[in-house]
Design a protein around this ligand. Structure first.
Ligand SMILES: Nc1ncnc2c1ncn2[C@@H]1O[C@H](C[S@+](CC[C@H]([NH3+])C(=O)[O-])CC(=O)[O-])[C@@H](O)[C@H]1O
Ligand SMILES: O=C(O)C(=O)Cc1ccccc1
Length: 250
């Protein structure tokens, strides 16, 4: 069954108390609209994944999409690569997301081998894999859990494998960070969000989405064993990195 995606109006009316942001049914119903209007470069990042897979993934190899939400990474890869090019496992902790992702993927790409499991990426028993995508997911884990997850992902990757890590980031320079955040709010305003929506969402995300600096991400990847990582995309305070299991990757 296919679903309409509603316009995100979750923070549009004044709330007495802004509850912590969670990936519940209400967010699921408007998620494609929310993420497209709230994440600069989201579409460009998805559009590049097929090209990255073509360069780095052995034909037919396995891919993990961790924190898959509605399965956008699987959909993007399936639109760019034939069914025999890869097998994908999406993982998400939110039952509402998983249910909707399964329906969407079955309807949109029935010929591709894509499964979705409800699980926690901190404790999952990982199988050997050729490519791992964390598209705006690590930022929702508590900071003390992040090193161990990245280390486990390094172990799961096969030789020649790659990890793509997209995140909201903070700039260590306070003035530069303020400029990025203010222009990000301009970006949201230009995409139809009001000042009230911007400020209430910001409150809801406090202590829920905790961004690191790019340097902290590269350091963590290095500590986990990745011999090489680079920032391949940045748009204001949103960035995407790629880490290579093997130094001599193309
Ligand atoms: N411990 C966890 N284990 C599994 N999933 C988790 C965990 N914590 C949070 N999540 C899940 O991570 C996802 C983050 S959204 C990813 C977008 C998607 N990648 C996309 O490309 O459209 C990003 C955003 O909304 O900014 C949510 O679905 C959570 O349920
Ligand atoms: O809207 C924000 O402020 C963000 O940082 C992006 C986002 C997008 C979807 C869910 C949570 C955060």
């Amino acid at each position: 069954m296919s679903h309409v995606s509603y316009r995100d109006a979750i923070f549009s009316t004044p709330l007495d108390r802004v509850a912590q942001f969670s990936f519940d049914e209400r967010v699921v119903a408007c998620f494609p609209d929310m993420i497209r209007r709230s994440v600069p470069g989201y579409g460009q990042i998805l559009g590049m994944l097929g090209l990255i897979a073509q360069r780095h993934l052995r034909h037919g190899a396995h891919v993990y999409d961790l924190g898959c939400s509605l399965g956008a990474v699987g959909l993007a890869l399936a639109s760019q690569l034939p069914p025999d090019a890869f097998r994908l496992t999406g993982v998400d902790l939110s039952p509402a997301m998983v249910a909707r992702a399964r329906e969407t993927l079955a309807a949109e790409c029935p010929d591709h081998d894509i499964q979705v499991i409800e699980g926690d990426i901190r404790t999952l028993d990982y199988q050997a894999t050729g490519m791992i995508v964390l598209n705006f997911t690590l930022q929702f884990l508590s900071p003390e859990d992040r090193d161990a997850v990245i280390a486990r992902l390094y172990d799961a990757l096969e030789p020649g494998g790659v990890l793509v890590l997209s995140e909201k980031v903070i700039d260590p320079d306070e003035q530069d960070n303020a400029w990025r955040v203010e222009r990000y709010h301009d970006f949201k305003r230009a995409n139809g969000y009001s000042d009230l929506e911007i400020s209430q969402k910001r409150t809801a995300l406090e202590n829920v989405l905790i961004p690191d600096t790019l340097e902290a991400h590269h350091d963590r990847l290095g500590k986990a064993g990745f011999p090489r990582s680079l920032t391949w995309f940045q748009y204001l305070n949103f960035a995407s990195l790629i880490a290579f299991k093997t130094y001599e990757s193309p």
